[in-house]
Write a protein that binds this ligand. Structure first.
Ligand SMILES: *[C@@H]1O[C@H](CO)[C@@H](O)[C@H](O)[C@H]1NC(C)=O
Ligand SMILES: *[C@@H]1O[C@H](CO)[C@@H](O)[C@H](O)[C@H]1NC(C)=O
Ligand SMILES: *[C@@H]1O[C@H](CO)[C@@H](O)[C@H](O)[C@H]1NC(C)=O
Ligand SMILES: [Zn+2]
Length: 484
């Protein structure tokens, strides 16, 4: 017995020693507190220094905890031309904790698999810049944990008692009013915002700045309390509380994105599984594990709709399970249930088309060109009334489902250029490349060109400008202009 115990102790000591030599401790699936969370990220960063970077957002939580992200990229810290940017944000509701642990495990997994030569993971990281934010609400997590993690609500909000998923500027109302007035303007709407319902919380400001700064293409917001992939819009068009399907112009693409998660989860899309709540709550399984947000229940000021209406980003909301604070012993099983879905969803950053919009005389990229799409699959020219804009070096990304499209690039001062494209989306490959060479039009200097809705901006670089305007707006208006 004694000898056995001694051997075990020596063995354990050797294990610790060998992991210290390697500079790492074995990653464990458990509930990591706010200090351990950082240690996990640092450990990943020390094992994978050339493909990761840890960074903090501009604000801390209300109680002063830094908000950390880890990035995976072949050039950490930089947007690379034509490489799509992806993000996962978890634990926005502090008592919904599974996503937080899945993010830590995912970071560990990506690093380990990249280094050990998993070609699928290497290819994903070579083609995509991935940002993981394990917690947006560390204060709520602490409170939920200190009180036993059993309550449906305790720890949900930040420390000012504000629900962060109701605290984003409401761009839906601007967009719905544009719709009523037959204005087709439905994207990059922050410039039209004049008032807020309530002051922005530091956690919300931090994430808004992130969204303005990095040209994300795709993201998901990880929650708990049900099992479903929820897609925009979350806020209903008429204001009705529930049961009102409120789709976006990209409804087909969003359904595809939600299914890309649900059908790769081991149970989300299972039609015979039990629901989380009342008798008919198993309807999500019967719907392929997906739902339109407002069809479920309407929610204003959420992060999902904000991403879509303020930036180029497409975001869905993942409800990862009935239990908001699952016990440690099921975390391994939860990782197994979600792993393929988490990976498959990240690959969706590569659907549709991407390319560069450039000046065909000066031969340089054009930032903030507008990319407009018509769906011509059925021989009709159907406008998809949601434009994306090109970023820093003229590169753009347009997520699309398979079909035939007429895509046009517009920029003030240039002739528009259209191309007909057939999208097929082969698995695990980069988006099809479609470039646009724009020809400058020479006009007398006193003529103002009004070729598109962005023409009245005097700035060259609209994306950068919006970002700067908004950073300034948030800085100057510690209290918002008007709180309704
Ligand atoms: C990172 O380092 C690993 C191991 O040295 C190497 O195999 C890999 O090619 C490097 N990747 C990049 C993007 O530098
Ligand atoms: C804020 O944090 C303090 C200190 O941890 C805690 O006692 C209090 O309950 C928290 N309040 C809210 C609303 O979360
Ligand atoms: C375009 O139309 C086709 C045929 O209806 C459809 O399958 C496809 O999903 C549509 N694309 C988008 C992006 O809505
Ligand atoms: Zn939630």
């Amino acid at each position: 017995m004694l000898k056995g115990a001694a051997t075990t102790m020596v063995h354990a000591a050797l294990l610790i020693l060998s992991s210290l030599v390697a500079g790492t401790l074995q990653f464990q699936l458990k509930h990591h507190n706010n200090e351990e969370l950082l240690q996990v990220l640092q450990d990943v960063n020390s094992r994978c220094p050339n493909i990761t970077r840890i960074y903090t957002l501009t604000e801390t939580s209300v109680l002063g905890t830094p908000l950390y992200l880890i990035e995976f990229s072949t050039k950490p810290g930089h947007h690379e031309i034509m490489k799509p940017e992806f993000k996962y944000i978890a634990n926005m509701h502090g008592n919904e904790v599974l996503g937080r642990e899945l993010m830590l495990k995912l970071a560990d997994f990506l690093c380990e698999q990249y280094m050990s030569g998993n070609s699928n993971i290497q290819s994903l990281i070579e083609k995509t810049r991935i940002h993981l934010m394990p917690t947006m609400n560390p204060d709520g997590w602490q409170l939920a944990t200190d009180t036993g993690g059993k309550d449906y609500l305790i720890g949900r909000t930040n420390n000012n008692s504000v629900d962060l998923n109701r605290n984003f500027p409401n761009l839906n109302r601007i967009m719905y009013s544009n719709e009523e007035n037959h204005l087709d303007h439905n994207n990059h709407l922050l410039a039209q915002l004049t008032r807020l319902k309530e002051p922005l919380q530091p956690e919300t400001k931090a994430v808004i700045r992130l969204i303005m700064q990095i040209p994300f293409v795709l993201s998901a917001n990880l929650h708990g309390g049900d099992l479903v992939a929820n897609y925009p819009y979350d806020e209903s068009r008429t204001g009705s509380q529930k049961d009102e399907y409120s789709g976006t112009p990209d409804d087909e693409t969003f359904k595809h994105l939600a299914l890309a998660y649900s059908t790769h989860h081991s149970d989300m899309a299972n039609p015979t599984r039990r629901g989380c709540g009342d008798v008919d709550s198993n309807r999500f399984g019967k719907q392929g594990g997906i739902t339109n947000g407002a069809k479920w229940y309407s929610l204003a000021g959420g992060m999902q709709d904000f991403n879509y209406l303020s930036s180029n980003d497409f975001e869905i909301t993942l409800e990862l399970g009935c239990d908001k604070y699952p016990p440690t012993k099921v975390l391994q099983q939860e990782w197994d249930r979600n792993k393929e879905a988490l990976l498959n969803y990240m690959w969706q950053s590569h659907i549709g088309v991407k390319g560069i919009v450039y000046d065909n005389v000066a031969k340089r990229g054009i930032a903030n060109a507008v990319i407009h799409v018509k769906n011509i699959t059925n021989g009709k020219y159907q406008d998809i009334q949601h434009d994306v804009v090109s970023v820093h070096d003229g590169d753009y990304f347009r997520l699309l489902t398979p079909g035939k499209y007429k895509i046009t690039a517009y920029k003030d001062g240039y002739l528009p250029h259209s191309r007909i494209v057939t999208v097929t989306n082969p698995a695990h490959s980069s988006a099809q490349r479609v470039d646009f060479a724009l020809k400058p039009i020479s006009v007398p200097p006193y003529v103002r060109i009004q070729s598109n809705s962005y023409a009245d901006l005097d700035f060259d670089d609209k994306y950068g400008d919006l970002q700067e305007a908004w950073t300034n707006w948030i800085n100057l208006n510690r209290e918002p202009i008007a709180v309704q």
